[in-house]
Design a protein around this ligand. Sequence first.
Ligand code: FES
Length: 121
Amino acid sequence: MGQSMVSEIAEAGSMAEITYRSTDGTATVVDVPTGNSVMRGAVVNGIRGIVAECGGGAMCSTCHVYIDESSGAPLPKMSEIEDELLYSTACPRRGNSRLSCQLPVTDELDGLVVDLPERQQ
Ligand code: FES
């Protein structure tokens, strides 16, 4: 990434630091510009483990993540559509399951940690 692009992003808004943890224990920390989704932050940065087949349209459930609730980041309430889709994930739904495309990145999400499931399909 060139320096000019970095300043363009910085001028466009603030960033939130999101950590994506794989099942092998690899943790990738990414500064995601606010206004993106947690899913988009993974896809744009080439993080394996998020497929996002529908591109964020709440139709596929291949952006499933497990929220590390100890990070304390406040998340938006789950919609009915997200709730229904979470019953069709490739890996088991847990109490901390969310669809990452339904999580808009805000300043408050700074420090969020998500665990990626073993597979999405
Ligand atoms: S990317 Fe398809 S439901 Fe999230």
